[in-house]
Every structure is written in structure tokens, then in C-alpha cells.
Design a protein around this ligand. Structure first.
Ligand code: PMP
Length: 461
């Protein structure tokens, strides 16, 4: 038990001394004590299966022994240098990380957060192209810093003050909730059950969404643009998938207008999608810049750092003058980053994401088929969204209060799940990649029980 700071006392401190914008999950927020791989333990000794892993921050598992050891060893030696000196760790790490990437993504800039990396990606896109406008998707989350907030297009993160000027939002090609989409549209073992809007069994959703994208390019922005940013699967908005082929065509259109293509791999990178190491590879494209965070540092604030991987030509645009970062690339962060990459390979986590993720998607699809309020199950590997609706025909989002109860019940039964979507209607499943099929069976049973309870209540009402 945590004796020196009783729970109620901490709640009081929270109220008085911690910014209220940092909201907590659950009616009675969890007081965590320890993490081990896919498990979290609270101070009462209760164990939770972490299906959210702190918004995909823990890729290889909480306190993974290899990563912990690497950090401990480095901590006793040297943990802070600025980039003005050399240390082997940053060189080893830059070499290792870029070995996972295709040409021309061979240059790393190490920063401190996802928001900062996306800020810098925008900055470089503008410097390189000498254009200003950046296009992003509706429903995107790319960070909370004033600059990156311009790319974030979710109302609950906006504050009604000027931010990130020069960012234009375009229609999200969401094959479940958008105006077009149907069977075989997306790259997932589970297809949407919404009735296809396309004729004679042939899906034209991609063409329709591309027309909308062209419309933005032709009518809402100047003839030349600085760039386009997108996640390969949209994370915070609830694992939203685009029709197959969309990003490839969109990249071409952007490049025809002089823009660079930025892939935000904060959630989709490091093998999470299972079939590939990077999310962009699932769309058969090569971006000009990719931004990474979270998973690579395995979520330790102190050494969390984001990497910006850049095409050399674009990187050179920033070298015309000084650009400096105090903590980016510190030895502690770099040894952790290297250990995470090693653990992904040694523990075969990309394959595990594929096998266990596919198994989970198929098991969750059975819940979708059984319960009218489970509108969609989608995703790839261990990046999964379960979209809750009032009914499959209307696809209206299930009211938040109703989802809240299901979600709280899952927690009470020992399973932590994320939330997302423009209407907060989607349960987000992004566990550490070491999760097993046995864990999946447990999680699916818990979700099933929570849904049955909800349906029982709904019938009684
Ligand atoms: N991009 C994406 C896709 C994210 O999910 C996040 C964080 N949720 C960020 C950028 C911002 O990262 P950070 O919180 O490290 O600033």
C-alpha cells in the first residue's frame, strides 16, 4: 500500500497543484504502483491487462527487463549531454534506427516529444519547399503544442485561440463513418459490415474520397503547398482506416503540387501493424519525413524522445542555420531506444502483433456480429478500434454515458481500454506488443460480459 500519500490526499493535490487540463480516466482514477510487460498493478495489488499501454507508449512491455537494464547501466554512467559533444549511444542508435528504413529516410533528428517532432516536420517542409500550407485530415491528432495543434483537428483539443496557421483540414476517408465505404475497402482482416454505397459489388469509395482530396487541393489551398501529414491508421480518432490505395494517390497529388509527404508513425510504427515495421509500408508509399515517439522510448518520460526521420535533401534545408535541442539525443534516451529495437527483434514482436492482433480482430468481430451496438471492429495487427453505435443501420454514435459504463465495467473486471473518436464513441485497443492469445481470450470475455450487462440493462429500461 502507498502509505505516505493516501489516495484522497493525492486527489486533493491533483485538484490544487496539477493543471486541470490533464484529465484522468475513470470515475475513480487508478493509482498505479507497478508495471510488468502487458500488466499494470495498482496499490491495492489489483492486476490489470493494459490494452491501452498509455496510448501506445509501451511497445515492448512495461519495464521490459532488457530495456530496464540498458537504462540502469547508462544511468550510472552518463545521462545528459547536449548535442555539442559526441557519445557513442546517439551514433549507434541513429545507425540502428535508420537500418529499419528505406532510402531516402536516413537522417535522424532527435527531439523530446511527438508534438515537437511534428512542429519540426512542418517547419522543415516549409523551409524546404518555401511554401506555407499544410494539409491534414479531419479527426487527426498530431500534438498539443501551439504549432502542431494546427494539425490536430479534434474539437476537444482546440481552445479557441489562434494556433498553427496555414493548416487546412481535408475530408477523412473513413470507410465506416464517412459517406462512402464498404466491403473489401480497407486493409484489415475484418471488413466493415456497413452496406456498401457502391454499385454492383464494386467499391468506388477510394475514387470518391480522392475526388474530395483533389477538391481541397484545387479550391482551398494555394497552387503550391508545403506538405501533407497523415497517420497510416488514424490513432486518437479510433483506428480509422482509409480505403486501400488512398494514400498512394494522395501522395502523388501532393508531390505534383510541390509538397512533401509526412507520415506520423507515433502510433503505427515499430511493428504494431504486424505485416510491416512501419505503417506507411502498408500503403506502399515512402514518405519524405516520418515522425516517431512513444513506443520507441517505451514510455519513460525522462528518456522519451521523438525521432524525426528525414530525407537528406530536406534535412539540409535546416542546416543553413543553427538549430539546437538540449535534451534530444541524450545517452539515456538513445540506449533505451536501441534496447527497444533489439527487444522488438529478439522477442519477435512484429510477428506477435500480426498473429495475436489478427486473432483478436477476428474474436472481436464475433462480438460485433452478436451485439447491435458494436458497429465496427477494424484495424491491423495490434492497432484496433471498436466503434460503438446505437444500431448498425444508422451508425449513430452510442451516447458517451452508455459507453462509459461498459468501459468502467471492463476496468472493474481487470481490463484497461482506451477511448477515442470525434464523439468519444470508439474503444481503442493498443496493447504492448507482447500480449498473448490467452490474454486476448480474457479481454474478449471481459468485453463480452460488459456488453451483455449493458444489453440486459437496456432491455430492462
Ligand atoms: N502524433 C500522434 C499520432 C499521437 O498519438 C501523439 C500523442 N498522442 C502525438 C503526435 C504527440 O505526441 P506527444 O504527446 O509526445 O507530444
Amino acid at each position: 500500500k502507498y502509505r505516505s500519500y493516501p489516495y484522497e490526499h493525492m486527489l486533493k493535490i491533483r485538484e490544487q497543484n496539477i493543471a486541470p487540463s490533464l484529465r484522468m480516466y475513470y470515475k475513480k482514477p487508478l493509482l498505479l504502483h507497478q508495471g510488468h510487460m502487458q500488466w499494470l498493478f495498482d496499490y491495492e495489488g489489483r492486476r490489470y491487462l493494459d490494452l491501452f499501454a498509455g496510448i501506445v507508449t509501451v511497445s515492448v512491455g512495461h519495464c521490459h527487463p532488457k530495456v530496464t537494464m540498458a537504462a540502469q547501466k547508462q544511468l550510472a554512467c552518463l545521462w545528459h549531454t547536449t548535442n555539442i559533444y559526441m557519445h557513442p549511444s546517439i551514433h549507434e542508435y541513429a545507425e540502428k534506427l535508420t537500418s529499419f528504413l528505406p532510402d531516402p529516410l536516413k537522417v535522424v533528428y532527435l527531439t523530446n516529444s511527438g508534438s515537437e517532432a511534428n512542429d519540426l516536420a512542418m517547419f522543415m517542409a516549409r523551409l524546404y519547399t518555401r511554401n506555407f500550407d499544410i494539409i491534414c485530415f479531419r479527426g487527426a491528432y498530431h500534438g498539443g503544442s501551439p504549432y502542431a495543434l494546427g494539425l490536430t483537428s479534434i474539437g476537444s483539443y482546440k481552445h479557441g485561440v489562434a494556433n498553427g496557421i496555414g493548416c487546412s483540414t481535408t475530408m477523412l476517408p473513413d470507410v465506416f463513418r464517412g459517406p462512402w465505404g464498404g466491403s473489401n475497402c480497407r486493409d484489415s482482416p475484418v471488413q466493415t459490415v456497413r452496406r456498401c454505397s457502391c454499385s454492383e459489388g464494386v467499391c468506388h469509395a477510394n475514387e470518391q474520397y480522392i475526388e474530395q482530396f483533389k477538391d481541397t487541393l484545387n479550391t482551398s489551398v494555394p497552387k503550391t503547398i508545403a506538405g501533407f501529414i497523415a497517420e497510416p491508421i488514424q490513432g486518437v480518432n479510433g483506428a480509422v482506416q482509409y480505403p486501400k490505395g488512398f494514400l498512394k494517390e494522395a501522395y502523388q497529388l501532393v508531390r505534383e503540387r510541390g509538397g512533401v509527404c509526412i507520415s506520423d508513425e507515433v502510433q503505427t510504427g515499430f511493428g504494431r501493424t504486424g505485416s510491416h515495421f512501419w505503417g506507411f509500408q502498408t500503403h506502399d508509399v515512402v514518405p519524405d519525413i516520418i515522425t516517431l515517439a512513444k513506443g520507441i522510448g517505451n514510455e519513460r518520460c525522462m528518456f522519451r524522445q521523438l525521432r524525426l526521420l528525414i530525407n537528406l535533401k530536406i534535412a539540409n534545408s535546416l542546416a543553413q542555420n543553427l538549430h539546437f535541442n538540449t535534451f534530444g539525443g541524450n545517452p539515456l534516451a538513445c540506449v533505451v531506444g536501441s534496447a527497444v529495437l533489439d527487444a522488438i527483434e529478439e522477442d519477435n514482436l512484429q510477428k506477435n502483433s500480426k498473429d495475436v492482433g489478427t486473432y483478436m480482430l477476428l474474436e472481436l468481430a464475433k462480438l460485433r456480429d452478436k451485439f447491435e451496438i458494436v458497429g465496427d471492429v477494424r484495424g491491423k495487427g495490434l492497432m484496433i478500434g471498436i466503434e460503438m453505435v446505437t444500431d448498425k443501420d444508422s451508425r449513430h454514435p452510442l451516447p458517451s454515458e452508455e459507453i462509459n459504463q461498459i468501459w468502467e465495467d471492463c476496468k472493474d473486471m481487470g481490463v484497461l481500454i482506451g477511448r477515442g473518436g470525434l464523439y468519444n464513441q470508439t474503444l481503442r485497443v493498443k496493447p504492448p506488443m507482447c500480449i498473448t492469445k490467452k490474454d486476448v481470450d480474457f479481454a474478449v470475455e471481459v468485453i463480452h460480459t460488459a456488453l451483455e450487462k449493458h444489453m440486459g440493462k437496456a432491455a430492462a429500461n
